[in-house]
Design a protein around this ligand. Sequence first.
Ligand code: AMP
Length: 544
Amino acid sequence: MMIGSRLEALVSSQAARTPTADALVCEDQRLTYKELDDRSNQLARLLLSLDCRVGDRVCLFMPKGIDAIVAMLATLKSGAAYVPVDLESPAIRARRILDACSPTVIVVADEGCRLLDELLDHAGQKPAIVASGPDSLSAQNFRSNGSFADLDALSAAPVQKDVGDEDTAHILFTSGSTGTPKGVVITHRNVVGFLHWATSYFGVCAGDRISGHPPLHFDLSTFDIYGSLATGATLHLVPQKLNLLAPRLAAWMRDSELTQWFSVPSILTYMANFDAVKQDDFPHLQRLIWCGEVLPTPTLMYWMERLPHVTFTNLYGPTEATIASSYYTVPHIPADETEDIPIGSACEGEELLVLDENLEPAPAHEIGDLYIRGIGLSPGYWQDDEKTRAVFVQHPASDDAADLIYRTGDLARIDEHGLFRYLGRADSQIKSRGHRIELGEIETALNTLDYVHECAVVGVDSGGFEGTSICCAFVTDKDADVTPVMLRKDLAALVPRYMIPAQWMDMAALPKNANGKIDRSNIRGIFEDELRAKKNNQGRSVAR
Ligand code: AMP
């Protein structure tokens, strides 16, 4: 794979090589490479006819599916960048994303229609709308300017645009501590740089059947999509509804004869908890890859013991450095459940640095802040120079102001074998079931509720499927008779469901430290005790 290519060009070249091979499978739908290339050419023409220009944004209000992938490629072919919007977002949050990226066109599927209808009622802007399904046409507050039903009338010949690999391919919005989601800008070059290493390291090729598990607004999905479509493999999009049905997900994996599985760890723990994997299951599976958070060692042992024919690789990296920056292939089943798995070594084109507070290398094997430098580094946050400058800083040993390193917010050390070890966060960002959450975003939302006087949201390691459990201590107006049910309901209008705390504690006043600041470690301790007591009563753990 050539660095310097654009993503849609890689897919079109592959379509020329294997036109009749299946590119995409989603439930009972399939699309060949030629069909995918042709249909995305037709949609690109429709986007261009709606004044979509090089550098513009196209927002996708679409669930994971074949139409969404067609829309992504069509957007890139038109020279624009796509922004996948999480359809689970409450309207107020989705509106912030829409306002921030002021799209020229919105492509909406039936499933995204209700959310978009709510947004466009209020939004001053009126982007052009393309509907991928029939229901989208019956919305109250918008009329579509084009539809997938009209695509067959358009030419399927390629469109020619004056574009390059430094252009933005997509913007992925992630939790922001001040309540406004941050848009991470990702270029074609960022993604192709990762694919260059990953497709060769994992040996992805035509004939591979690759899982598409993460939602399309997660950056991990880009590896599945372009790693498959640039190599002639078939991408099997995992139906969302299977996520909470471990035995059916396992059955689907068997039926799809997957050769590669890639996901966040929580789904692997979930399947292990349900003991959904048989001995020597998934005979076609060659590699199982995870990224996004720590995979608990008991879960890893469960999978490795059952699937001795599979290679297991831990990928590490933030969205800001594109998909993953380091890797570690586990050589053998860990000896015991307390063994930590390294995040390993830098992927080709990337460099990991452990630095102290003066940006000097931390002493050998000692803990420091983890920084990343290399081809995956995003140009920064969408229209937010201040936030960009705060974390993308000049390399301390370089005179070149453009030679940047990204402060991940992670703590790490290099072990005696030269492998990087992840040691948690230096801030209040957490992962819950693979979702990246700034606890400050939840607090900001709660503080907008009139009756909340004070609140503190903390993450507590619950050890199970959820990973970190979100816990909230609050102080409210006693006359308002506030209950957690009421808080949960009001908060649900402001933040996505996965950010709603699982544990609540009504307090007369929040504990403070000597400086008068909220004593979060004290609050975390109280929740930890409670969760430990609950767990002891339930006694459930990974099946071994
Ligand atoms: P995201 O931008 O959603 O990919 O989240 C990035 C953050 O997830 C990193 O900064 C880490 O805190 C965490 N993370 C990603 N991969 C791993 C991993 N393999 N092990 C531990 N933490 C990880």
